[in-house]
Design a binder for this molecule. Sequence first.
Ligand code: FAD
Length: 387
Amino acid sequence: MYHLKAIIIGAGIGGLTTGIALKQAGYEIEIYDKVREFCPAGAGISLWSNGIKVLNQLGLGEEIAKIGGQMNRMEYRTHEDNLLNAIDLHSLIAQVGQRPYPVSRTDLQALLLQRVGEKNVTLNCKCVNVSQDKDGVTARFEDGRTTCGDVLIAADGIHSMIRPMVTGESSEPRYAGYVNWNGLVEAKAQAIDRECWVIYVGEGKRASLMPIGGDRFYFFFGCPLDKGTAVAREDRQQELANIFRGWASPVQRLIKTLNPLATNRLEIHDLNPLNTLVKGRIALLGDAGHATTPTLGQGGCQAMEDAAVLCRYLVTTNVSVEDALNRYELARKTRTSELVLKARKRTDTIYGKDMAVTQEWYDSLSQESEHDVIHALAKVILAGPFN
Ligand code: FAD
């Protein structure tokens, strides 16, 4: 029997999840990444129920539960530690049928890699060109290597070099106007509720702690800053102490106990929605097709949804690979575009693009009912492919 072969460029969340899905569907898969060794960009990630449902479908439900945090509550607090609202997440879990799991990115990557099979992933292999004809698609690598297949998945991230070949235009990432710092800390050093995701907001900035597996918190900070303000790792603790001076004592404790050398500092970018996600036998997937600001916590989850939908069409559509990819684009373009724009709007609100709007949002937080918050979260989750 002839097995179709998929070439996947990029071994991030999108590429690895797609690799697992297609491998399980009987595809021969080859995954290539330009990095010499795996090094996830970021410390933690909240996988909302729509992403977890994809992992369940791939048979990873039990494993993800083992590495995930028990996030049962969520609180918004002012930067002076006044409670704005407290949400019990159990009714969300009941409504959407699946618990979300915040996880360490290293743990997630190890799990996906183990399931896809390390032998299917080639590192230190930078794709420099892709081409296609009626019979197949060819990827060419920097070291002169080439490989041919039936379909090529461009999961090569926000700076995708394959994207312009698919869309026919250059689409540069857009700076979202703020910097994100993130890392992991031991839960016992923080003296806060270990099942609660807490978010401190004020002055157009935020600081947050989210419970992940292994009795740790994933923390992140965000503050609007001009582009191009690099700060050496050893100076990041002091930078945060300056930016968040006068904030609540749990935020001060977090800054004091974090390891600056293991604290990531990222200027956040997104992409304007694209007109197309596919060309012939080549499909953009994950951040390559719809990079978003992280304010809805949906970028990685959308990459997982992409993987599930792409695989579904490739497996169930007998007409042609091109036809399956067109159906994938139809199913994913509106969903992902809307989320990119929704996250962008939320980013502007959170990070004080117009402080009057941000202040209105602070005021509204204390008025929001649990029902409204759960409804908003459930709406995003249930609009995914597994509702
Ligand atoms: P990437 O992870 O960027 O992977 C692309 C891979 O392609 C890389 O490994 C790269 O080395 C490789 N590559 C690039 N070019 C080439 C080439 N030419 N040849 C070979 N390989 C190449 N999402 C959530 O769902 N929940 C969250 O809570 C969340 N929080 C976030 C917080 C922050 C601060 C950020 C920045 C993002 C967050 N996201 C979150 C978004 C999420 O991280 C991304 O959407 C997701 O990681 C994208 O995965 P990807 O596989 O598409 O791309």
